[in-house]
Design a protein around this ligand. Structure first.
Ligand code: COA
Length: 180
């Protein structure tokens, strides 16, 4: 099904609480946190304030970097989200990358992931990042296809990172210059 309108990308707001928490619960089945660092006992207003402060580079915990969370809406309906890290620390350089996205199950296979990734690329480019690191599990066919569609190329020196539990993380770089 095609989009009824162009996707709207913005930070989460007060009125998004129910949709966002529903998406968070729906995606735990994918072992994916739609609302990173959110917990059931946290007030929604506190969470969105913390996300917004993080985007401005305020109140960042030690060892963390400036980051933001953006949601994508199709005609008011929440369809996905993208996390953007504006710089890399050691862990992000190895495994986390600059950009992470997830699409609400009923909105998959419509190009939302690629749109989220492109949005993330524009966002980090505006912050001065020329090459964005985007990583994914080697078994995640949808994410691999998304990254390749956005121009990802495997890191030449360390194309993957293997964990002790047998999982493999693929490490791709995407030029933000060609994604405006
Ligand atoms: C992976 C995920 C983000 C893909 O989202 P999506 O909106 O369905 O992806 P898109 O519609 O933008 O598709 C992008 C490409 O991936 C392909 N694709 C999507 N899902 C796929 C799947 N399950 N298997 C194979 N290819 C897939 C599409 O065909 C498309 O390629 P094409 O344009 O060449 O046909 C989504 O399944 C998801 O949120 N999964 C759980 C969270 C997650 O894994 N996030 C990524 C962490 S790195």
């Amino acid at each position: 099904m095609a989009f009824t309108t162009a996707l709207e990308f913005r930070e989460l707001a007060s009125q998004d609480e129910q949709q966002a928490i529903d998406a968070h619960h729906a995606m735990l089945a994918d072992d994916f946190e739609f609302l990173p660092t959110w917990s059931e006992d946290q007030q929604w207003e506190e969470f969105i304030y913390r996300m917004s402060a993080g985007r401005r580079g305020e109140n960042i915990p030690d060892g963390w970097v400036r980051s933001a969370l953006f949601a994508a809406f199709d005609d008011g309906e929440l369809v996905g989200r993208v996390s953007v890290r504006y710089e890399l620390n050691d862990w992000l350089l190895q495994k986390g990358g600059h950009i992470g996205y997830g699409v609400v199950p009923e909105h998959r296979r419509r190009g939302v992931a690629a749109a989220l990734c492109q949005f993330g690329l524009r966002e980090v480019q505006a912050a001065g990042v020329d090459q964005a690191l985007v990583t994914c599990d080697s078994t995640n066919a949808g994410s691999i296809a998304t990254i390749l569609k956005c121009g990802g190329e495997l890191d030449q020196q360390f194309p993957h990172l293997d964990a002790a539990d047998g999982t493999r993380t693929l490490r791709y770089w995407i030029s933000t210059q060609s994604n405006r």
